[in-house]
Design a protein around this ligand. Structure first.
Ligand SMILES: Nc1nc2c(ncn2[C@@H]2O[C@H](COP(=O)(O)OP(=O)(O)OP(=O)(O)O)[C@@H](O)[C@H]2O)c(=O)[nH]1
Length: 181
C-alpha cells in the first residue's frame, strides 16, 4: 500500500486496501514519527482488507541511516563502533530499531484479532529496505509473493470472488434536499 503521506490523499487509503490479501506498511527508518503514524493514521484504513490479510512492515531508506550514523559520529569524534565513545552511557539511537517494527507488527495482529501462531512470525514480516540501493527489495516482494499466491489459489478454489461485483449496485435514493435517504 502506498503510504499516502500527503494529507489530501489520505481518504484513498481504505479504497486501496479493500479486499487486499497483503498490505505493505512503509515507514522511514530515520523518522521515528513515521512509524508512529503507521499506527495512528494508517492502520484504521486497513479495515477494508480481507480478514486473513498479511501485513509486512517495511522500514525504508536504510542507506541514509548508515550514512547519517557515520557522519554524526565523525562530527563528534566518536568511534564508529561505539557511538557513545566507549563511555558507560551509550548514545540512544535516533533511528527506528527493528524491534520497534516487530512490536508494531504484533500490535497489528492484536488489532485485527489474529492469533500470532496462525500468522507468519514478526521477524519474517518486518523488513529494512533501501529503494535507492535496492537492499532487501527483492527479498520483500519474493517473500510476500510466495505467501500470497497460495492464498489467492485457495480463495479461488473456495469460489470466493476476486473482484467486486457492482452490477447489482443501486444508488441511494435522493431526498428533495439532495441528501441520501
Ligand atoms: N535515500 C533514499 N531516498 C529514498 C528512498 N526511497 C525513497 N526515497 C526518496 O524519498 C522521497 C519520497 O519518495 P516517494 O517515493 O515519493 O515516497 P512516498 O511514500 O510517496 O512519500 P510521501 O509523499 O512522503 O508519502 C523521494 O525523494 C525519493 O527519491 C530510499 O530508500 N533511500
Amino acid at each position: 500500500m502506498p503510504k499516502n503521506g500527503r494529507e489530501q490523499f489520505h481518504g484513498l487509503g481504505s479504497m486501496y486496501c479493500r479486499g487486499a490479501t497483503a498490505i505493505i506498511l512503509t515507514y522511514d527508518v530515520n523518522l521515528p514519527q513515521s512509524l508512529v503514524e503507521l499506527e495512528d493514521r494508517f492502520l484504521g484504513l486497513t479495515d477494508t482488507a480481507s480478514t486473513d490479510c498479511l501485513f509486512a512492515i517495511v522500514g525504508n531508506k536504510v542507506d541514509l541511516r548508515e550514512k547519517g550514523a557515520v557522519e554524526s559520529q565523525e562530527k563528534e569524534g566518536c568511534s564508529p563502533v561505539l557511538a557513545g565513545g566507549g563511555s558507560a552511557s551509550p548514545k540512544v539511537p535516533k533511528q527506528v530499531q527493528p524491534e520497534d517494527a516487530v512490536a508494531l507488527y504484533k500490535k497489528i495482529l492484536k488489532y485485527k484479532m489474529l492469533d500470532e501462531k496462525d500468522m507468519p512470525a514478526a521477524e519474517q514480516m518486518c523488513f529494512e529496505t533501501s529503494a535507492k540501493s535496492g537492499h532487501n527489495v527483492d527479498l520483500l516482494f519474493e517473500t510476500l509473493f510466495d505467501m500470497v499466491v497460495p492464498m489467492i489459489l485457495r480463495q479461488r478454489a473456495q469460489g470466493l470472488p476476486q473482484t467486486v461485483d457492482i452490477s447489482n449496485y443501486k444508488p441511494p435514493k435522493r431526498t428533495k434536499s439532495g441528501c441520501c435517504a
